[in-house]
Design a protein around this ligand. Structure first.
Ligand SMILES: N[C@@H](CCC(=O)N[C@@H](CS)C(=O)NCC(=O)O)C(=O)O
Length: 233
């Protein structure tokens, strides 16, 4: 009896979140949002797009009450029924557990660790050092030139680490011939670094080569900033 009521509860829980449409709070130019859009697209999961314009402070709007979704006021946020997950790293792990189709992590433990490490370098040691609020703060306190050189220095440092980490494993994609989490983090980061921060990629031959593979992936193209409903052309 107990087992069956437990099973029923489990199936109610999963159906309550799997029957409702996924919602993604996103900003078209946000690389962190792009990672999630890319992952959703790879997994073939439809979702409703909820735009949050972080350049005009919509993430702080008391009307939208965004802090209830993410107390840090950052995009992306994924809502799956009554489950709310923020931070692209956590969101990708959540998607991996809940929607295992087209895995974002390989079964091989070494390659899995490498994917997590590469994603973490971008999530912890590159993007947070060039994010909007950090650069705005530096611009005000130290100046626009210093703020830009701080961002560039940290992107290059992170890319150098990724180049070293991946060069012996990369094939068509970062850790072999399948697209995994490292790629999902790396592809948008390369675009943002070159287009917004003018990073010269010649020092990173492995990353340049990987980008050639990303460019032609339909899931990457479909999740690109220009293809989003809030894009300004
Ligand atoms: N580690 C977080 C970082 C989130 C983050 O920094 N989001 C940026 C956009 S990529 C943001 O919302 N910035 C708004 C701000 O800086 O105020 C994630 O991967 O989701």
């Amino acid at each position: 009896m107990e087992a069956s009521s437990e099973q029923q509860k489990k199936s109610e829980n999963s159906s309550s979140s799997s029957s409702s449409k996924l919602l993604l709070y996103s900003y078209w130019q946000s690389s962190c949002s792009w990672r999630v859009r890319f992952a959703l697209s790879l997994k073939g999961l439809p979702y409703e797009y909820k735009p949050v314009n972080i350049t005009i402070g919509e993430q702080f709007s008391p009307v939208a009450d965004f802090k209830r979704l993410n107390p840090l006021h950052f995009v992306p946020v994924l809502v799956d029924g009554d489950i709310v997950v923020s931070d692209s790293f956590a969101i990708l792990q959540y998607l991996e557990d809940k929607y295992p189709q087209r895995p974002l992590l390989p079964a091989d433990t070494r390659l899995k660790a490498l994917n997590l490490q590469a994603a973490s370098v971008i999530n912890s040691n590159i993007q947070p050092l060039h994010m909007l609020s950090v650069l705005k703060h530096l611009e005000e306190k130290v100046g626009p030139e210093e703020s830009l050189s701080f961002a560039k220095l940290n992107i290059e440092k992170g890319f150098l680490a990724l180049e070293m980490l991946l060069k012996d494993f990369a094939s068509r994609y970062a850790t072999g011939d399948e697209v995994y989490m490292a790629d999902v983090f790396l592809a948008p980061q390369i675009v943002v670094s070159t287009s917004r921060f003018n990073i010269n990629m010649s020092k990173f031959p492995t990353l340049i080569r990987l980008y050639e593979s990303y460019k032609i992936l339909p899931e990457f193209e479909a999740s690109s900033p220009e293809r989003q409903p809030d894009a300004v052309h």
